[in-house]
Write a protein that binds this ligand. Structure first.
Ligand SMILES: Cc1cc2nc3c(=O)[nH]c(=O)nc-3n(C[C@H](O)[C@H](O)[C@H](O)COP(=O)(O)OP(=O)(O)OC[C@H]3O[C@@H](n4cnc5c(N)ncnc54)[C@H](O)[C@@H]3O)c2cc1C
Length: 330
């Protein structure tokens, strides 16, 4: 029987992975989600590193591989479309997943869990051994642990550690589904912007345009000067549904305070349009569950967990394209 209660704010990859891991131990989990399902399904990325290892230990790998998008070579091209590098396709053990694929698998693994909808910022009042939470509808409840897995604009981070803690320049990404098939993935990385295409398992393709800076810049203004790939993609995108998302690098000085922890983008968003966010979210959630199993007290467990996660996140950021020394500060 569950003996401890956790509130997990946010049902994205970090929140669902946390709920799954805590339920594997003796935790009763309540999940709060603000949004309806997003129209932005995400762009296919290989699941590697800490997230791959954690997903394997959590028994998720067969379902993730089943939901994988095609594994294919990635051709890296210059601005004129001339190929200059080739990344070989990931191994069969490495699934290539959109955010929606991972969320679908995690939802299935978590099963039925008490869930509530919240639209407003929560009030959190910590005592020596837990947290009293006031929900946006005025309800109050007490939990042994609160996990802020509410993404880059985390309300939990704002409430506990201060508003918009350490936000940096935005990465804007616009994604779309193209009707045309693509045999391989194509990637064009230019200064401050990038363009990607990846085949999808239903025979269509996903396109991703990303740039640093102005989040409201029209797509044609950001990519209209390019003469290869972009004109064709832009004309296809004009006729289909498009989703736009701004993401920030997050540098929070603390990820844990007493009985409250931040996991995933809420704590350490790398601000990259396609990369390690999902991997760090799953890996961080699993390690959090381990810490809470090992340590008798929540505060001690969270402090140890943060100490273990910091170098892993720093390492990932350092190895991300565009990472700088400054971004890597602990
Ligand atoms: C729509 C979308 C598409 C993405 N596409 C890509 C992609 O193509 N490639 C890529 O590499 N990364 C993508 N990402 C980012 C990637 O999914 C994350 O880096 C990674 O999964 C870690 O996510 P997270 O769970 O920490 O945060 P998120 O995925 O942002 O999830 C946070 C969840 O918390 C909910 N939430 C926010 N505020 C509150 C609140 N106050 N109360 C309750 N719930 C709240 C949100 O609705 C969301 O469901 C995408 C993220 C989103 C949201």
């Amino acid at each position: 029987m569950p003996t401890r209660r956790a509130l997990v704010v946010g049902a994205g990859i970090a929140g669902l992975a946390t709920a799954l891991r805590l339920r594997r131990s003796d935790w009763d989990v309540v999940l709060v989600e603000r949004a309806e399902q997003s129209q932005d399904l995400g762009f296919p990325c290989a699941l590697r590193g800490i997230g791959h290892d954690a997903a394997t230990r959590l028994g998720l790998m067969p379902a993730l591989i089943e939901h994988s998008q095609p594994r294919c070579d990635t051709v890296v091209v210059d601005v004129a479309g001339t190929p200059f590098a080739l990344y070989s396709k990931p191994s069969t053990a490495t699934p290539v997943l959109r955010r929606t694929d991972v969320v679908t698998v995690l939802r299935g693994a978590v099963g039925s869990v008490e869930a509530r909808r919240s639209t407003g910022v929560l009030e959190l009042a910590e005592d020596d051994c837990g947290v009293t939470v006031t929900f946006s509808d005025g309800d109050e409840d007490w939990f042994d642990l609160v996990v802020g897995a509410d993404g880059v604009d985390s309300a939990v981070r704002g409430a506990v550690f201060g508003e918009r803690h350490g936000h940096r320049q935005a990465t804007v990404s616009v994604s779309s589904r193209l009707e045309t098939a693509s045999a391989s993935a194509v990637r064009m990385d230019l200064s401050g912007r990038s363009l990607r295409v990846h085949p999808l398992s239903d025979g269509s393709s996903a396109a991703l345009f990303a740039w640093h800076g102005n989040a409201s810049l029209p797509l044609r203004q950001a990519f209209g000067d390019l003469t290869w790939l972009a004109p064709d993609l832009l004309s296809q995108v004009d006729t289909g549904p498009v989703t736009r998302r701004a993401s920030f690098q997050v540098h929070a000085d603390r990820w844990a305070s007493g009985q409250i922890a931040l996991v995933g983008d809420a704590a350490w968003c790398t601000g990259r349009p396609c990369g390690e966010g999902a991997s760090l979210a799953i890996g961080g959630a699993e390690l959090l569950g381990d810490a809470l199993d090992i340590f008798p007290g929540t505060a001690g467990a969270l402090a140890w967990w943060e100490e273990q996660m910091r170098p892993i996140v720093r390492h990932q950021k350092r190895h991300s394209a565009g990472g700088t020394r400054d971004e890597d500060r602990p």
